[in-house]
Design a protein around this ligand. Structure first.
Ligand code: ADP
Length: 324
């Protein structure tokens, strides 16, 4: 391997820049060329490449988003699109790729690396943390801290006005952002798809909760079967007309801003491991961190369902004990 291409794809996540920086610096350390690819698989197909050096990643470790830009690229789902991508890589003499993204990115990388026998290592970059093969994905820690900071502020109003707030957080079909941030803000209830709490159980929890408590915060994962904050809000208003209920959908503030130190360090470590993994001949795998160790997991295994692994009964019990 002489020239590594690096791209970010799918939803942006804070810490992606720290990962790019680590990939570039590790490549240079090993005397490899490194090529930036803009806008994920779209740039791969368009041949949007540029050489990177140590300076091109200076002063980015602390920045959210991704300097390489990201994109959702439908053409990469077609054989023709991927063939064009391969042609561009060959022409530019790029002989390995590091892709930073989530499960969709890895599905595409899995297909591409097998189709063309092309070396690819992936880095988990998604605030949702919904990947197998790593305890934490890059961006998750920042996202849950963003949620905690926002909800702490909402709590002030909730407390002062004796209000019940329903706060909807991101995570697509995963409840991991809701779970951790909900515990972190001391939520009175957490609705996540994996726990299947349902409205009757939520009503019961509110009815049996402490009556003297002024404010209540209910965290709802966007993917919860309850139907999101507005649907839950309507149901609660009907059931508890006396409550002053407000709804807040946090939205994109969750994925922006400076990455936390945890995310920067994770991204830095995994970025170096990805380059060194490629040099050792690893391909068609994602590099993650499990119990502090670096672990390589085949792409095909990273997109399996995460419930049992990351949302164990012990976590749900914790929520049950604390939310009263
Ligand atoms: P994420 O990586 O954050 O999950 P997406 O699901 O949008 O984000 O996936 C990123 C990109 O990966 C898609 O825009 C597409 O280009 C590519 N991709 C996803 N699934 C496939 C697939 N089955 N085949 C080929 N490419 C795919």
């Amino acid at each position: 391997i002489k020239n590594i291409g690096v791209l970010t794809s799918g939803g942006d996540a804070p810490g992606m820049n720290a990962a790019i920086r680590a990939v570039v610096r590790a490549s240079l350390y090993h005397n490899l060329k490194v090529t930036g690819i803009l806008r994920g698989y779209e740039g791969l197909i368009q041949g949007d490449f540029f050489p990177m050096d140590g300076k091109s990643v200076a002063n980015i470790i602390q920045r959210g988003g991704t300097i390489l830009k990201t994109y959702r690229c439908d053409a990469f789902r077609t054989k023709e699109g991927r063939a064009q991508a391969y042609k561009n890589l060959k022409e530019s003499e790029i002989d390995a790729l590091v892709v930073i993204g989530g499960d969709g990115t890895f599905r595409g990388a899995d297909i591409f690396s097998q189709e063309f026998d092309f070396p690819i290592v992936g880095l988990p970059g998604t605030i949702d943390n919904d990947l197998m093969g790593t305890d934490f994905a890059i961006g998750y820690d920042t996202a849950i801290n963003n949620v905690v900071n926002a909800v702490d502020k909402i709590r002030d109003t909730a407390e002062s006005h004796d209000r019940l707030f329903i706060v909807e957080v991101m995570g697509r079909d995963s409840g991991l952002i809701a779970l951790r941030s909900g515990i972190g803000v001391g939520a009175e209830a957490i609705l996540i798809p994996e726990a299947k709490v349902g409205l009757p159980q939520l009503f019961h929890r509110i009815e049996t909760g402490r009556k003297d408590k002024a404010s209540k915060i209910i965290i709802v994962a966007e993917g919860d079967e309850g139907g999101g904050a507005y649907v839950v809000g309507e149901a609660l208003k009907e059931k508890f007309p006396k409550y002053d209920i407000r709804i807040s959908v946090l939205g994109h503030i969750q994925r922006g801003g400076k990455p936390t130190c945890m995310d920067r360090v994770l991204a830095s470590r995994l970025g170096v491991a990805a380059v060194e993994g490629l040099l050792e001949g690893k391909t068609d795998v994602m590099v993650g961190q499990i119990n502090k160790e670096i672990v390589f997991t085949p792409f095909s295994q990273t997109t399996k369902h995460i419930d049992a692994e990351k949302i164990t009964p012990a976590w749900l019990r914790l929520v049950e004990i604390l939310s009263m």
